[in-house]
Design a binder for this molecule. Structure first.
Ligand SMILES: Nc1ncnc2c1ncn2[C@@H]1O[C@H](COP(=O)(O)OP(=O)(O)OP(=O)(O)O)[C@@H](O)[C@H]1O
Ligand SMILES: [Mg+2]
Ligand SMILES: [Zn+2]
Length: 509
């Protein structure tokens, strides 16, 4: 006798269909699993048999063979516990109804309860594309699965409840997507208006947000660098539905949704400086996992205390920052994850933090400062379009009750600038000014004679690299967009150049 159930696997950020077939033939009781299962899938056998036994479900005593098709893709994870169990229940006569319209994904405990797994959202999207009517997922994954329209998502506590449901003996309701909790009252909401002074840094962050430019903030301890970075998501444009799905998919695959549903706000990832290259870029020994750069997709990656990160770890960032995606190869497996993010980095100007400060004396030797700054390589530094210095906040500024501009107001201008960019790039892959390619630079970043003369002067005076030159043009474009100016004027270029002068001040003496 042969039975079949439908399940899924993950490749990159997309799901694919896996057919689980099972046959029982007469002979010595045996349990074979074929179809390129990795070690974690092979362990299914023990979990499934124990779950069946502990739920008093007799298993037919014959030679059982399970096949996971397509057989040429390696299967990993504990996803297949559930479809294998359903096959077993079909073979042993515990389930009497057809289950062909239903998909199954989930791990089992030894006592037969369903346990959460990673990557449920992309798998459910694939189930809907494949035309399935129903899918059963573990309770922990119900909310992310319910995000998908056009397929009924069910969840069961254990395999006994599932058996009753599939036999039509117990009615279960499809899971409904959660609606956003309205209880915002009393909750602390970060806002730009809470940051006093730092007008220049705020302006720089607004420009960075408007063009999705990477930005580096340098300043003494307590000047508000971390505070400002955390508030950047509040001035970024709202996410589109497609962006929400893409970001949630990655978080689902990484297993960091923690029972939540659709991610509707831009992610803010702030990995500790002890993060490894694998943690930052992605990879792993058991299957490939997305790293922090991909978890920050469509949001912000914040690198606080930049020089404290190991230099080799930071070098991992160079390629994904340029490409907006990262390809990871590990033990013969290759996989690509998107990582379109805005990188914000913060650092002190020296190890003690007070170099250049007018009230504290810096206690670092020039060599010590140089060693500290050199932990950030030139090519990485070049990738920050905007460098901004934060002075210490003055007492009068802290005490002042003049209320600063709110995130909402800044966001309005950011949104307007993004609208111009959307129109500009509608027939290309470019998402924002920071991603302008060489051909587009010629077309969209035209500057007038006066601006050109000025730029030539700064190029020579500041010893800019070709990359820095391109970046200045792109930032000028964003500044002009914020003012709704079609042509880039010299004042826009002047401001953009000013955001490139810190590398001279700190790194080249
Ligand atoms: N501009 C500011 N306006 C209001 N409060 C501020 C400002 N700057 C700093 N603070 C206060 O100081 C605290 C520390 O600021 P923050 O952590 O952002 O400093 P930092 O620049 O990141 O310092 P470090 O270099 O030590 O990491 C904030 O939590 C806030 O309470
Ligand atoms: Mg800080
Ligand atoms: Zn110092």
């Amino acid at each position: 006798m042969v039975v079949k159930t439908v399940s899924f696997g993950i490749n990159g950020i997309d799901g694919y269909l896996v057919e689980v077939e099972a046959s029982s033939t007469r002979g010595m009781p045996k349990f074979d699993l074929v179809g390129l299962p990795d070690a974690s899938v092979k362990e299914s056998k023990d979990r499934v048999m124990s779950a069946m036994k502990n739920c008093d479900l007799q298993v037919c005593s014959s030679h059982l063979t399970f096949n996971l098709a397509p057989a040429d893709i390696r299967k990993e994870g504990a996803i297949y516990d559930l479809p294998i169990t359903v096959c077993l229940m079909l073979l042993s006569g515990h389930i009497k109804k057809d289950t062909g319209d239903c998909g199954f994904i989930g791990e089992l405990s030894l006592s037969g309860e369903l346990r959460g797994i990673k990557g449920v959202l992309p798998m459910v999207i694939k189930a809907r594309e494949a035309g399935l009517k129903r899918i059963v997922v573990p309770p922990q994954n119900a909310m992310e699965a319910a995000v998908v329209d056009g397929i009924d998502v069910y969840t069961a506590r254990d395999i006994l409840e599932l058996k009753q449901f599939l036999n039509g003996k117990k009615a279960l309701l499809p899971v409904k997507p959660e609606t956003e909790s309205e209880s915002e009252a009393g909750r602390f909401i970060p806002d730009f208006s809470q940051v006093k002074g730092q007008v220049q840094a705020k302006r720089a962050l607004e420009i960075a947000a408007a063009g999705s430019h990477n930005i580096l903030m340098i300043g003494p301890p307590g000047s508000g660098k971390s505070m400002l970075a955390k508030r950047v998501p509040t001035i970024l444009p709202d996410m589109s539905f497609d962006e929400m799905i893409e970001t949630t998919k990655i978080h689902s695959i990484a297993g960091v949704l923690h029972g939540g549903g659709l991610i509707t706000t831009r992610p803010f990832r702030s990995p500790h400086h002890s993060v490894t290259a694998v943690g930052l870029g992605g990879g792993g020994t058991q299957g490939i996992h997305p790293g922090e750069v991909s978890l920050a997709h469509h949001g912000v990656l914040f690198l606080d205390e930049l020089p404290e990160f190991s230099r080799s770890t930071l070098e991992v960032l160079r390629q994904p920052i340029e490409d907006g995606k990262i390809t990871i190869t590990r033990s013969g497996q290759t996989c690509t994850y998107p990582c379109s993010m805005m990188v914000i980095a913060a650092m002190n100007p020296c190890p003690c933090g007070y170099f250049g400060d007018d009230t504290h004396r810096c206690t670092c030797s020039p060599q010590k400062i140089r060693r500290y700054l050199n932990r950030v390589s030139g090519p990485l530094l070049d990738r920050f379009d905007i460098h901004v210095e934060l002075p210490r906040v003055k007492f009068e500024e802290l005490r002042s009750d003049v209320s600063a501009e709110s995130s909402q107001e800044i966001k309005k201008r950011v949104n307007a600038a993004r609208e111009i960019q959307r129109e500009r790039f509608k027939n290309s892959d470019t998402l924002s000014n920071s991603g302008i390619n060489a051909a587009q630079l010629q077309k969209f970043c035209v500057i007038d004679k006066e601006a050109e003369d000025m730029l030539r002067l700064s190029f020579e005076k500041l010893g800019m690299t070709a990359r820095a030159y391109d970046r200045v043009l792109k930032v000028s474009r964003t500044i002009a967009d914020l003012e709704q100016c079609e042509v880039i004027e010299s004042k826009h270029v002047l401001e953009a150049v000013q955001y490139r002068s810190l590398d001279r001040k700190y790194w080249e003496n």
